[in-house]
Design a protein around this ligand. Sequence first.
Ligand code: FPP
Length: 245
Amino acid sequence: MFIVITKMSEKTKGGLPVHVGIIMDGNGRWAARQGRPRTDGHLEGLKTARKIVEASVRLGIRYLTLYVFSTENWKRAESEVQFIMNLVKRYLVDELNHYRKDRLRVRHAGDLSGLPAEISAEVRKACEDTRAFDGMQVILALNYGGRNEIIRAVNRILDGKALNGESVIVNESAIANNLDNPDVPDPDLIIRTAGEFRTSNFLLWEGAYSEYYISSELWPDWTESHLRAALDFFACRERRFGGAE
Ligand code: FPP
């Protein structure tokens, strides 16, 4: 059965974005500037993520997707990968009480099967424990790649059809319905910190009509006021989704 959804977010002009995605970039540079190891940058980055989650709740954002670890980040030194995985685990364990208190729902985007078993178990537990909460949804993009998500969606379609013995039609709604979180509206606004102008494989399908906001600040230096500036930028955008004025 397909889920019937409206993939475009409710907002078409200005206002507050319903769904914000953030590419949290610049942890390594932040650390290097202070002559500290890269891992210190990730530690500060985690603190910033906590602050921005809280600020997003206060500001009324409904969905927040954080790009925590990409399918390409495995190329980093093993010690750095291990450090980030431990941070994620700690975050999930430590934040769960706070998530319960504010009724925040944790979700995951990405390939769970490619994560170490102890991490995927914590992710599953956090998602399960908060499934019924109606507060802001925090979607952790972890072992996430936009191309990988589309490939997995196509394979789900092929597997389902093959099982039912049906002919296979791959169209836009079939792919949208088989993404990792098909009921989540497309991101209205994608923010990237640390001044880089690239998507880095983040929400390639869902971000087709997102507004992009690039902040020159490094992620560990981000505060609620930077988020407010991004929301002000968004409020001035006129969105046409490919239509004419
Ligand atoms: C990008 O900076 C950051 C990452 C790949 C890791 C992001 C992880 C966190 C912020 C901590 C975990 C957060 C949560 C919510 C569990 P970079 O290392 O690519 O920085 P650089 O480009 O300056 O080297």
